[in-house]
Design a protein around this ligand. Structure first.
Ligand code: CA
Length: 230
């Protein structure tokens, strides 16, 4: 799980980074908005911890911008501003939660875990959001995005995408797609063409210009979704 920490206080930044790293998180630490933008453009983030008072701008502006680009990314504010107005402004701007400084590290950990749970499961314990690389599939809203770009899918394309994204890194055969997505009892050869055309359309939508490929063809076997080619 990759966390972007944006905090200009060097002591707080390094102690939070150290604590999170010790708890198994992968932390990118930024001391300014400029650094934060550098990280959020190039990395697939799972959570952002954001200070509001930063040397090169207001964290709220950045928050709005980030929320616009990555609607499902959990963003937790770290703020010294303890007034109700600031909390409301932060939540209105798209933050998922906030912690008022000084905070207890265990409290921070608990909030981070709670964001993780919120995003990965529904109350019934089912997966709610699938992520592969920069691709996000919100299963409740049936929304697909890649790095903040919304992807319009037909119902069938969506079903295939979800099917592949459920097992990233594993090969899915045309047989399985035919049986599980198209619900055909025994696959006919003509299905191969249908599947291949759909995969090709999906690939055009998912892998935008200049973006890495997420849907791979595994020759003779089928397809695989993942950040790296098989
Ligand atoms: Ca600050």
């Amino acid at each position: 799980m990759k966390i972007l920490l944006v905090e200009d206080n060097p002591a707080l930044r390094s102690s939070v980074k150290k604590g999170l790293t010790e708890n198994g998180y992968d932390v990118l630490a930024a001391g300014s908005l400029e650094q934060a933008r550098g990280y959020d453009a190039g990395e697939t983030l799972d959570l952002v911890l954001l200070d509001l008072g930063l040397p090169d701008g207001d964290g709220l502006t950045y928050l709005k911008d980030l929320r616009h680009r990555q609607p499902t990314l959990p963003i937790l504010l770290l703020t010294a501003r303890d007034s109700l107005n600031d909390k409301v402004a932060g939540l209105d701007a798209g933050a998922d939660d906030y912690l008022v400084k000084p905070f207890d590290f265990q409290e921070l950990l608990a909030r981070v875990r709670s964001q993780q749970r919120r995003l990965s499961t529904t109350p019934a314990g089912q997966v709610q959001v699938l992520r592969v690389g920069g691709l996000t599939i919100d299963l409740l809203r049936r929304q697909v995005e890649r790095d903040g770009r919304e992807i319009e899918c037909t119902a069938r394309e969506y079903d295939v995408l979800v099917y592949l994204a459920q097992t990233p890194g594993s090969v899915v055969s045309r047989d399985r797609l035919a049986t599980d997505v198209w619900k055909v009892k025994s696959r006919m050869t003509s299905m191969d063409n249908v599947i291949d055309v759909l995969i090709s359309r999906l690939r055009d939508k998912v892998d935008g210009p200049g973006q890495s490929k997420l849907i791979h063809t595994v020759r003779g076997l089928g397809f695989m979704m993942g950040e790296t080619a098989p």
